[in-house]
Design a protein around this ligand. Sequence first.
Ligand code: C2E
Ligand code: CA
Ligand code: CA
Ligand code: CA
Length: 275
Amino acid sequence: AKKAGPGTVCFFEASDDRASRDRKALQSDLEGAIARGELFLVYQPFLNLGENRITGFEALLRWQHPQRGLVPPSEFIPIAEETGLIHEIGEWVIRRACATLADWPDDIRVAVNFSAAQFHNTGILQTIVQALADANLAPHRLEVEITESMLLSKYGSAVSILNALLQLGVTVALDDFGTGFSSLTYLRKLPFSRIKIDQSFIRDMLVQPDCTAIVKSVISLARDLRIGVVAEGVETADQLEYLRQIQCDEVQGYLIGRPMAADQVPALLHSKKHR
Ligand code: C2E
Ligand code: CA
Ligand code: CA
Ligand code: CA
């Protein structure tokens, strides 16, 4: 075994300690975050290229921490998942997104992100039904985004929840498409409404010929399967132009719009800037 001096060991222990204390602090802060009104949603638009209009928004969670400022979801969602807080947070996200969507035009949808734990909790169906009813929304206006890693464990329960959602009329998108190992298998077996090509492919699409081929194939595959396809992480006009050329349905990314506060959405829907 590798020998390490006591000093070295001590150093790592100390920094591990600090990290875990920090995590515990964040965890206890997160417990009251909903009640204190510190969580909020921002909305990032989908631009439909064929229809030449904004067709919807992805709801992305934010936490305004009183001392730390804005904490990114990559930092607090894993904590919420480990502690089980994700169930309460996830319910809040669904209810909040539906209530907000009720103020927007009928041809606008909102997509919410699901965590694996939430997806395997059948109580989620009741939450969705109730949130849609309370906001008086047609079910097709709500979309759920799941990743393929959520299908890996408990595949059977994933399939039944997926089917129950579709039965309700809620659409389901396969997020981060292409980053897992069996995306194509899932596509063949499960009735997704839409796939979202991961932003890593879009980033390299115009610089790596292999990547160009993959994006092109995924778009034509989606067309043949008659499901929608969204390109994530579109940042440049060249990327947008290329995606238009190869007839991608929808695009999302900083070029089209950054995630924004709900009250900025009506102005975006009225402006023609995105065209
Ligand atoms: P995601 O679902 O893949 O969301 C896309 C992420 O890419 C978002 O980061 C978005 O702000 C960012 N993004 C959008 N356009 C661009 C672009 O053009 N360039 C680049 N570089 N990035 C772009 P965000 O908001 O930090 O969210 C990170 C992840 O946190 C999400 O990845 C999702 O997995 C998770 N998340 C966010 N909100 C929720 C939620 O309400 N519930 C759950 N369970 N997870 C959430
Ligand atoms: Ca997503
Ligand atoms: Ca994604
Ligand atoms: Ca992601």
